[in-house]
Design a protein. Structure first.
Length: 68
């Protein structure tokens, strides 16, 4: 949660949403809200946390970092 007068507290979430939009939402067309919901869930729980390497983790996925 962001502290009053500290705009940098929200930077990690802003970066996540930017990545979500750039790598998933803007790359596909969704015919229903259910398709969009499923795509976002797949992105968050499968792609972003288990498959996609992150530079802040020495190019490991969050799951690999946690298991290390």
């Amino acid at each position: 949660m962001s502290r009053a007068g500290t705009p940098y507290d929200n930077a990690p979430m802003e970066r996540y949403y930017n990545t979500l939009k750039a790598e998933e939402v803007y790359q596909h067309r969704y015919d229903t809200i259910e398709e969009l919901d499923q795509a976002i869930n797949d992105f968050a729980y499968v792609w972003y946390n288990q498959i996609r390497p992150h530079s802040y983790n020495n190019h490991l996925t969050p799951l690999e970092k946690r298991l290390k």
